[in-house]
Design a binder for this molecule. Structure first.
Ligand SMILES: [Zn+2]
Length: 1009
């Protein structure tokens, strides 16, 4: 039994008689903060002083010794001196008396004064006492090399040491390493001190273990998953740097379970085979409980499963082992508290929250009892938890339970929540400030507070996740985080803030301000941020404050964006186009750079500050610029995705019979559609589309090859039935204004039924107006192995159509056999058919083809294994190398060329090209990289141009393309050398010293005038 520890760390002053387990939250039962600091300086410590000593009792715990070591190391650096550690005061100079010991007891400081995390700093004569309750068994120095779960033990003397160092020695802990730890120089002045402090939020956790910290080469990103497939700590374990931050930010010393506690009772392994009735019944009539299924612990609460959970929890709270209930414990910890699972059954608290991705049971009993309304459904889950809590109370089982209020069981329950249950409330958090949900958000928190009659724990989000993952863009929002926890403090006793992202440094100020405001909710955020800037950046502080404020303002346009829809305001992440052209625009990035440049000028006389400004500029701005240029590179590929279609000439007519036998179509080149997300070896039926116009109408035509005409599926549809997308058919998207926001969308099935609508794109959402009518009347023809469609749209229905260009896309829904295959002309779609930013451009004005490359679209016939029309490669492919046409992905025409290589020095396909000396050319091509792994620095993909007896590379050596990408466009200019006219020239897409494959298409070389 390891329970004795609870007695030792009790808040002896106000613990109830007979209570064995410290409650996880004590709220206002704790003594109040009381800070008194004299105005006059009592001691002035000069650099090099020999007056200091640290006094540790011989029996001091390793936790107290660790606090002494931190004080010694940091103060020695601060004062450029050495500080001895003694067992008793020497009587000379100033003594720091550390921890609870006989000397502090003599001074009236003993453990009855404290609650968890509370410390005293008190000066008296030539003594400074720093003390709080410390864990007697943990070895913090060893624990630093362990997991986050091991960082939970009382260490209040250490908190007192950090407070002393920050408050009186000006030391700051912003992030690990020399740039993030600020140790000023000069004298330290110490006034008369009487401090009693403890945190306002009893729980303080942020995801400081997420994201890459590039200063530490030892860091690994590891995601732990436990036996039932439940994701465990989303952290990078065993990282002394992060753990050190955790200590110095004074974050939680106790892990209070809060997340899907049922999963670690391991129902699937214990009962998956023997008691299938314990598990929820799904739509297919199958029970959950198969450990291989995602989220398998979905339970039927109308079975005996609540009884099993009750017995498990009772055993845990009564100090029985997990094994006594047949539960395996995969996590071994030897130095701290009694637990079954550090995340869910820990220190006298058990978490009752159902498994993630909650599924309601569909068994007969549940269907009768769960109810229909959101309130009934929410109550149903809460009833299960409240029943267990009440029964434990009745049976006088000591201990606590937790539940998270999480959709769909997020309503305040109709029944009273018993006192032995603590509620965690999942709310959006800091980034809801300033949004239309802000008022509702605070009202929800207050309503729970009223219903419970005590403070609520918060589970909040300020992380880059899903749509907002956006690599390279910093999500630094300290002002929102500070304001949020200041405002919610009256109703909250703890907070877990998820702050993960790609880079740790992006969130360092989020973590710092979170740690300060959750400790002291009356802390002034503006003062903290100004202090941070002057500590870090010296004279550059004002400009760096502007820099961080600008970053926050920009990010809130991303995370706080709201769009009005028919269903009310919704949060929407702006599109990439908006992000890089309107938010992180070239001008905005320039302004940020200017802040850093000015700060560097201002701090030019102060090397330490200068180095920190450079560090921040490099870690924030380089990544932002990379993200912006990556977008520019990709969007350029879309902008250049153009096809020419000619308008009807006088006398030309389209006969609208559905057959594409008109002369009109024979004279024009179609665009070809490609099947989206097609797996190699699966079929793709040729699909062509045409667009043209005359004075009256715009004409569209589709030819869809279909070997199984008897399998296609359509329905009879009312006009404007949006479900028509699920029929066999085609769709066209036209954006005459070219704004990629306001466009027209027409869906037609292969029986000629239509749904047409005007659409407005708002971020990644589309707002539909079905009232618009195109006036289209499609004619459909069914052949033996194809179907085709012709239709006219009156130009009067398409205001803004100027007959020069139109942004467009053509798609096909091949519905047969209960399956739908999607085809699109543009190969760039990322967010479904309505991803207007990825549409192509149809150009109606004749532009001569000026490229000197023949068959840059690979339209020539393959006449030999190594001859692709105008392009020729080695007759014998080198080992591991291969070239072929690829119709699964292309930019122009109906196919691209794919080259595969196996680490040979060169593999390419070439055609001769005649260059003129002294002439300037522009080379452009599209390339798609498929896991290109270079063997060395000069390996990768490039375009070789040979002229004047010289090889040129685009991009150049050292900068060859590698990795994985969708279609990207490359464009370069060069001037041909003096011997271009006499020496043979050539162009050759090439793979050099790498493995993997690359597709090439739309290769052009144009003479520039
Ligand atoms: Zn059921």
């Amino acid at each position: 039994m390891k329970r004795t520890i609870f007695v030792l760390i009790l808040c002896a002053g106000f613990a109830a008689e007979g209570a064995k387990i410290e409650p996880p939250f004590q709220g206002d039962a704790r003594p109040a903060r009381n800070i008194m600091i004299g105005k006059k300086t009592v001691f002035t410590l000069k650099p090099g002083t020999k007056e200091l000593e640290i006094v540790l009792a011989p029996e001091a715990s390793r936790t107290t010794r660790f606090a002494a070591a931190e004080l010694k190391t940091l103060l020695e650096q601060r004062l450029n001196t050495t500080i001895p550690v003694r067992a008793a005061p020497s009587g000379n100079g100033i003594s720091f008396i550390l921890g609870l010991q006989p000397l502090s007891k003599e001074a009236g400081i003993d453990k009855t004064l404290f609650c968890r995390d509370a410390f005293i700093i008190k000066s008296s004569g030539k003594r400074i006492y720093i003390a709080g309750i410390d864990d007697p068994r943990t070895d913090p120095a060893a624990t630093l090399r362990m997991d986050i779960a091991d960082q939970h033990y009382p260490r209040a003397t250490l908190f007192g040491v950090y407070d002393f160092l920050e408050r009186f020695a000006g030391i700051r802990f912003f992030f690990p390493g020399k740039f993030g730890t600020v140790i000023p120089k000069g004298t330290v002045e110490i006034p008369e001190i009487s401090i009693f402090d403890r945190p306002d939020f009893e729980e303080r956790r942020a995801s400081i273990y997420d994201g890459i910290f590039s200063d530490d080469p030892n860091e690994r990103t590891v995601l732990l998953t436990d036996h039932d497939g439940a994701k465990f700590f989303r952290t990078q374990p065993k990282q002394p740097n992060r753990n050190m931050d955790y200590l110095r930010f004074r974050m939680s010393t106790r892990w209070v379970p809060a997340c899907h506690g049922i999963t670690t009772l391991r129902f699937p392994r214990r009962f998956g085979k023997t008691h299938p009735e314990y598990f929820a019944l799904d739509e297919q009539g199958l029970r959950y409980g198969d450990p291989k299924r995602p989220y398998p612990s979905q339970l039927c609460f109308n079975s005996d499963s609540p009884e099993v959970i009750y017995q498990d929890v009772k055993a845990f709270l009564s100090g029985q082992s997990a094994a006594s209930r047949g539960i395996e414990q995969p996590f071994k910890r030897d130095n701290t508290f009694f637990y079954w699972h550090p995340q869910t059954h820990n220190e006298g608290v058990a978490d009752l929250q159902p498994d993630d991705s909650y599924k309601e049971c569909l068994c007969e009993k549940c269907r009768k009892r769960i109810g229909k309304t959101p309130r009934e459904k929410s109550d149903f889950v809460w009833n299960y938890a409240i029943n267990i809590a009440e029964r434990l109370q009745k049976e006088k089982v000591d201990g606590w339970l937790t539940m998270m209020a999480y959709w769909p069981y997020d309503r305040i329950p109709s029944r009273k929540i018993p006192d032995n249950m603590f509620v965690m409330l999942s709310l959006r958090g800091p980034w809801s400030l300033g949004s239309p949900d802000e008022a509702k958000h605070h009202e929800t928190l207050q309503a729970w507070h009223r219903a419970l009659g005590r403070k609520v724990r918060l589970w909040n989000f300020a992380l880059k996740w899903g749509n907002s993952a956006l690599p390279g863009i910093p999500h630094s929002t300290p002002r929102h985080i500070g304001r949020y926890y200041r405002e919610t403090a009256p109703w909250s006793c703890g907070a877990v803030l998820l702050t993960g992202g790609d880079y740790y440094i992006f969130s360092y100020l989020n973590h710092y301000i979170f740690s300060k405001v959750t400790w002291n909710a009356s802390a002034d955020v503006d003062t903290l941020l100004k202090d941070h800037c002057s500590a870090m950046f010296g004279a550059g502080a004002p400009e760096m404050l502007k820099f961080f404020d600008a970053l926050e303002e920009l990010w809130m346009k991303v995370a706080g964006k709201t769009v009005l829809t028919a269903a009310g305001p919704v949060n929407a992440i702006p599109s990439e186009y908006e992000i890089f052209t309107r938010i992180y625009s070239a001008e905005a990035l320039k302004r940020l750079d200017v802040c850093c440049e000015r700060a560097r000028e201002l701090a030019s006389a102060d090397p330490d500050s200068l180095e920190r400004i450079r560090y921040i500029q490099a870690h924030f701005m380089n990544r932002l610029h990379e993200a912006a240029s990556d977008y520019a590179r990709r969007s350029d590929a879309v902008a250049a995705f153009r096809v020419r279609m000619l308008p009807l000439e006088p006398g030309e007519k389209v006969r609208l019979d559905g057959k594409l036998d008109d002369e009109v179509w024979r004279k024009r080149s179609p665009v070809f559609l490609q099947r989206m997300n097609r797996k190699p070896g699966t079929p793709q039926e040729e699909t062509r589309a045409f667009l043209t116009f005359d004075e009256e109408n715009i004409y569209v035509a589709f030819l869809c090859m279909e070997p199984e005409m008897n399998q296609i599926q359509t329905r009879i549809r009312k006009n404007d039935d949006p479900a028509i997308w699920s029929d066999n058919g085609v769709e066209i998207f036209l954006n005459p204004s070219g704004d990629r926001v306001n466009y027209y969308h027409i869906m037609m099935n292969s029986d000629g039924f239509v749904c047409d609508q005007k659409v407005r794109r708002a971020g990644n959402q589309s707002i539909f107006d079905p009232a618009w009518n195109s006036g289209i009347k499609p004619a459909v023809f069914r052949g033996k192995d194809f179907w085709s469609l012709e239709a006219a749209i009156p130009r009067s229905a398409l205001p803004g159509f100027d007959g020069k260009t139109v942004i467009a896309n053509f798609t096909r829904n091949q519905a047969k056999d209960s399956r739908i295959f999607h085809y699109s002309w543009t190969p760039f779609l990322e967010n479904g058919y309505h991803d207007t930013e990825k549409f192509g451009t149809v150009v109606f004005t004749p532009e001569p083809d000026r490229s000197i490359v023949r068959e840059g679209d690979f339209s020539g016939e393959k006449t030999h294994r190594n001859v692709f029309g105008a392009w020729v490669t080695h007759y014998y492919f080198p080992e591991g190398c291969f070239a072929d046409y690829d119709d699964s992905t292309f930019i122009q025409g109906r196919r691209s060329l794919v080259l595969r290589t196996g680490n040979v020095p060169f593999f390419g396909v070439s055609q001769p090209l005649a260059f003129k000396s002294g002439t300037r050319y522009r080379l452009s091509y599209y390339v798609k990289l498929n896991n290109i792994r270079p063997a060395h620095r000069d390996g990768g993909v490039s375009m070789n141009i040979r002229e004047s007896g010289k090889n040129r590379w685009f991009p150049q050596s050292g900068n060859f393309l590698s990795g994985e990408s969708g279609w990207i466009r490359q464009s370069f200019e060069f001037t041909a050398g003096p011997d271009a006219g006499t020496q043979p020239g050539s162009i050759r897409p090439t793979l050099l010293s790498c493995d993997g494959s690359a597709n090439f298409d739309a290769i052009t070389v144009e003479e520039l005038k």
